[in-house]
Design a binder for this molecule. Structure first.
Ligand code: SF4
Ligand code: FES
Length: 248
């Protein structure tokens, strides 16, 4: 029996074409009509546009399977990884770069500030040795693995309403990374990380919108991490207060 090919439909892609240094208020979009099937992803369509319609369209990708974190963008206003986001069923779809980071070209943003925040959060964590003979995984290792799953895509920062209004905010991904350090510091003193995150531009700047956790494609749940950092920071403050006889 021969399999019938899935029916194709035409979707109009409305794609942001801003360049570095452009006036952020001066929006420019180009439109492209692309034949898509039920399994076509946004990344498939962008690759087709670049190959057949516009070789100048700029976007980033690598793995095609939600691992490298490079293809984060907004599709009809919602953040997602283009490689695993199916083309929506409507006649038109709007594709834009991540928000809250400077645009370099079209759908590519400058991630430098985002990566720098990870350094502040004490990542990457490096063990003194790979393994301890006879050791068993720490209790609660699954909970820690959740933070290891961060693919540094920047989607949480784009979805965060606070980051949109305050560019100095450390951001949800770095705070989740910081909580990973506090939970299992691999022999380091986590105190400096807690003190760094106990700041009005860090853990206390979050407004509990939970958009970061909703949007995260890896299930990292930065919002819960932020709540835990706050609790840890508040306990550390209380300990300091009592150890100095309440004269802080
Ligand atoms: S926490 Fe989630 S959304 Fe944020 S950078 Fe990591 S994987 Fe991406
Ligand atoms: S291409 Fe790697 S996460 Fe999408």
């Amino acid at each position: 029996m021969t399999e019938t090919a899935p029916a194709l439909r035409t979707t109009r892609f409305v794609v942001s074409r801003r360049k570095e240094g452009d006036d952020p208020g001066a929006l420019r979009y180009d439109t492209y009509d692309v034949a898509v099937g039920p399994r076509t992803t946004i990344l498939d369509a962008l690759v087709a546009i670049r190959r057949h319609l516009d070789p100048g369209l700029t976007f980033r990708h690598s793995c095609f399977h939600a691992s490298c974190g490079t293809c984060g963008m907004r599709v009809d206003g919602r953040e997602g990884l283009a490689c695993v986001t199916p083309v929506p069923s409507g006649a038109e779809v709007v594709v834009e770069p991540l928000a809250n980071l400077p645009v370099v070209s079209d759908l590519v943003v400058d991630m430098e500030v985002f990566y720098e925040a990870f350094d502040e959060a004490g990542r990457p964590l490096v063990r003194a040795s790979e393994s301890v003979p006879g050791s068993t995984p720490a209790e609660g290792i699954e909970e820690l693995e959740r933070y290891e799953d961060c693919i540094e895509c920047g989607i949480c920062l784009s979805a965060c309403p606070v980051a949109g209004s305050d560019p100095r905010y450390v951001g949800p991904a770095a705070l989740a990374a910081a909580w990973r350090v506090v939970e299992e510091p691999r022999g380091r003193d986590p105190g400096p990380v807690v003190r760094l995150m106990d700041d009005e531009q860090a853990a206390w700047r979050c407004h509990l919108a939970w958009e970061c956790s909703e949007a995260c494609p890896s299930g990292v749940d930065p919002a819960t991490a932020i709540m835990r950092i706050r609790r840890s920071a508040a306990s550390a403050r209380a300990r300091r207060l009592f150890s100095f006889g309440g004269t802080r």
